[in-house]
Design a protein around this ligand. Structure first.
Ligand code: GDP
Ligand code: ZN
Length: 308
């Protein structure tokens, strides 16, 4: 029996790095059930596993150590089965750009809801600031103020001019980070800049629309100096959530949650109820309209789901 860390998952194989530094392809024995959720892909990058080695040099995973946390996504749209993506994560990095491509605010907020649900601290990297006009710069500043006000550390950077790259390095240092963001925001560029020997394939602007289709790697952990570990999830835009009900959705918007304590009704959904402290805070601009709009859009999605 050997022990190791899962560093790459392709859907059919898990690559496990042993304590001696060997990397071995492994499969999982039979079916492995996870409490509460149906997972089609039960091993995650970041898992600590025990496996036995066959004569052909591949391994059979027989045990997975308890996870500190994990992220999942739905195997397919509307599917009830989930795929484990990564586990034992210290922080999530969401890379955002205001142009080329523009990251939508609702995408950011949906991502943050998932991160809150899995209790993974999230940091926002606003990349490509070398490209922004004065107007776009002030838009970025406003977003950074909005999100840092809620509690999400936000920094601006340029991977082209290397602005704030030292701060990026120090945020990532000694941590396991999962790196997310729309295709084209600069994720591969960041990995290559942390280690120029890596040569992760970067995409051209024209590749945006067919992102993810040509790749079969679900997740991969990269190792850098000063103990930096980054899990890249190519082709996966964000991650899903399990079992959030519409009644508790607002718990995952920290600022909405904190205002909700002053709502008249304890079961207030903050839509049209009388004496709703959340709606009042939106009116007074204590809660941002865009955040409230994202909340409302997610809630509407859930109502849709329940109607089916
Ligand atoms: P990914 O899909 O998130 O991995 O994005 P890539 O790393 O492939 O980057 C997409 C494109 O954006 C590439 O052509 C990069 O050279 C470019 N890019 C990345 N970061 C920056 C930046 O800070 N400024 C500018 N101007 N271009 C960047
Ligand atoms: Zn309310």
């Amino acid at each position: 029996m050997k022990n190791g860390l899962v560093i790459k998952s392709t859907g059919s194989w898990y690559y496990v790095k042993t304590e001696e530094g060997e990397i071995l392809p492994c499969k999982i024995k039979g079916t492995y059930r996870m409490k509460g959720i149906r997972a089609t892909n039960p091993v995650a990058v970041g898992d600590q596993v025990t496996f036995s080695l066959s004569d052909e040099g591949s391994g059979l995973i027989s045990a997975i150590e308890d996870r500190k946390n994990y992220i999942i996504r739905r195997s397919a749209n509307l599917s009830k089965a989930y795929q484990l993506i990564a586990s034992n994560i210290d922080q999530a990095i969401l890379m955002i750009t205001l142009k080329q491509p523009k990251t939508h605010l609702e995408f950011i907020d949906r991502y943050l809801v998932s991160a809150e649900a899995f209790r993974i601290p999230t940091i926002l990297f606003f990349n490509k600031c070398d490209l922004y006009s004065a107007e776009e710069k002030s838009e970025m500043q406003a977003l950074m103020a909005l999100y840092s006000g809620i509690g999400y550390k936000s920094i601006s950077l340029s991977l082209k001019t290397h602005e704030n790259l030292d701060e990026v390095r120090s945020i990532l240092s000694k941590k396991v980070s999962v790196l997310s963001g729309n295709s084209g925001v600069g994720k591969s560029t960041l990995l290559n800049q942390l280690d120029p020997n890596l040569k992760v394939k970067t995409s051209k602007i024209s590749d945006y629309h067919r992102s993810g289709k040509h790749t079969t790697t679900n997740a991969e952990m990269y190792f850098f100096e000063s103990g930096t570990r980054i899990i890249d999830t190519p082709g996966i835009k964000g991650f899903g959530t399990v079992d959030i009900t519409k009644e508790e959705l607002f718990h995952f918007f920290p600022e909405i949650f904190s205002h909700s304590k002053k709502c008249k009704f304890h079961n207030c959904l903050h839509v049209n109820e009388p004496e709703c402290a959340v709606l009042e805070a939106v009116m007074n601009q204590q809660i941002s309209e865009s955040r409230y709009r994202s909340y409302f859009a997610l809630l509407a999605d859930m109502e849709d789901k329940y109607r089916k």
